[in-house]
Design a protein around this ligand. Sequence first.
Ligand code: E4P
Length: 244
Amino acid sequence: MKIFIDSADLEEIEKYLNWGLCDGVTTNPTICLKCGVTGGIEGIKRRTIEIAKLIEPRPVSVEVTSEDPEEILNQARDYSKLAENIAVKVTITDREGNSFLPIIQKLVSEGVRVNVTAMTTFNQAIFAAKAIKTGMEANPEKAKTPHFISVFGGRISEEQGVERTFQVLEELRNWFDFHQFKGIEIIVGSVRTPENVEYWSRTGAHILTIPPEVIAKSLLGARTKETVAQFIEDAKKAMKEFES
Ligand code: E4P
C-alpha cells in the first residue's frame, strides 16, 4: 500500500519523504490556501511545479477549479503540461450531479493523467474506472499510468459510519481484481484520524492520502513517550552499573 501526503506544504512533504512515507501528494485549492499558497491559479501552478520537482517521479494531484466542461478540459490540459508527474483531479459530477465522465474519458484518451475525485459510492468509483479504461483503450500509446480514483472515506463515514467506508473500499478492490483492472489505483481520501489510517489500510485500497497532522498523530501510541523515557532512564542506570 502507498501513502500520499494530502498537503501542499513543501516542508511537510519533504519531511515525510525523508521518513520514507511519501509515495505521492494530493492537493486541492482548499489545501493550497491552508498551506499559504497565494496568487490564484498561477500560485497553484507554481506550488504544483515545486511539489512535482521535490517528489519526482512520484505523482502530485492538482484539482481543476471550474465546473464548466470546456474550462475543465483546458485547465486540465494546461496543468498536465506543468510536469511529467502530474495527475489532474476532476470531480465525478458537477454540483447539480451532471456527469463529468465524458470529460474524464476524453482527457485520458489525450494522455492526461487523471484523479477522479469527490466520490462516496461504489457505483461512482466503478463508473469512473470504466471511463478511464475506455479512454486508455482509445489511445493506448498515449496512456500515462497509473490513473487514480479517489473515494472520500471520511465523508462516507460521516453519513454512514466507518464500517460502510470499509465495505465500499474492500468491495471496490475485489471488483478491480476480479475484472483485472490495470493502470488505475484506488485512493482513500478525507482521512481524519489515526484510527481511519489503521482501519482503511486493511481494505485493499492501493493508497491512503493522509494529512500531515494525522501522520504525526499516527506516529504515537498512548504510551510511546512514556515507554521511550523509561527505556532511556533504565539504560542510563544499567550503564552506571556496568561501569561500577
Ligand atoms: C483527497 O485527495 C482530498 O484532497 C481530501 O482528502 C479531501 O478531504 P476532505 O473530505 O477533508 O475535504
